[in-house]
Write a protein that binds this ligand. Structure first.
Ligand code: MN
Length: 205
């Protein structure tokens, strides 16, 4: 039985990230934009299935590029929803394992926050800031992802992402991306980001 991508439910209500992300903004982002990557990826899978059944060729170069874009978008949005939550339970600073890594690698949470914010604000065009951890050097790395797939380091688990495509903030912040980036820190679900860090550290290399 062949499977397809499905839009995941959010673990909170559309209003629950207010005032940092409005109900309208979050609803459109999840139901329209994330859904578009689900649909785009599934359309490709159907195209592959159909061509293979009929023994037809397709443009593998174009298809592989599109697949990377749509699946990248699907995966990053899933991670993004999960690393946010209502401000009364989120924001502030991380604790435990992640806090120790931030202190070791950046010197302070403030320094980390500054660099991650700069990566988000400075992402060229449509992109993401992402936090990952290199298992070989045991260091936290910040990735600045363009689109959904460019500048990604292969096989590095993503611990936290911030979507800075205009579709993520335009209704609430218009062109002021730094305002959205500042707001994000109030709704970071550090418990989840820390859990991802610990799972990654325990995973076999
Ligand atoms: Mn998005």
């Amino acid at each position: 039985m062949k499977k397809f991508y499905e839009l995941p439910d959010l673990e909170y209500g559309y209003k629950d990230l207010e005032p940092y992300i409005s109900e309208e903004q979050l609803t459109i982002h999840h139901q329209k934009h994330h859904q578009a990557y689900v649909d785009g990826a599934n359309a490709l899978l159907k195209k592959f299935d159909s061509a293979r059944e009929k023994g037809e060729d397709f443009d593998i170069k174009a298809a592989a590029k599109e697949l990377s874009f749509h699946v990248g978008g699907f995966v990053l949005h899933r991670l993004f929803w999960g690393n946010m939550g209502p401000a009364d339970k989120c924001g502030g600073e991380p604790k435990s394992t992640l806090a120790k890594y931030i202190k070791k690698d950046f010197g302070s949470f403030e320094r980390f926050k500054k660099e991650f914010s700069q990566a988000a604000v400075g992402a060229e065009g449509s992109g993401w800031a992402a936090l990952t951890l290199c298992r070989r050097t045991d260091r936290l790395f910040i990735m600045q992802i363009e689109k959904h797939n460019i500048n990604v380091i292969p096989n590095f688990r993503i611990l936290m992402v911030l979507d800075v495509w205009e579709h993520a903030y335009y209704l609430d912040y218009k062109n002021v991306r730094p305002g959205f980036v500042d707001a994000f820190w109030n709704i970071v679900n550090w418990e989840e980001v820390n859990k991802r860090t610990e799972i990654w550290l325990e995973s076999p290399l």
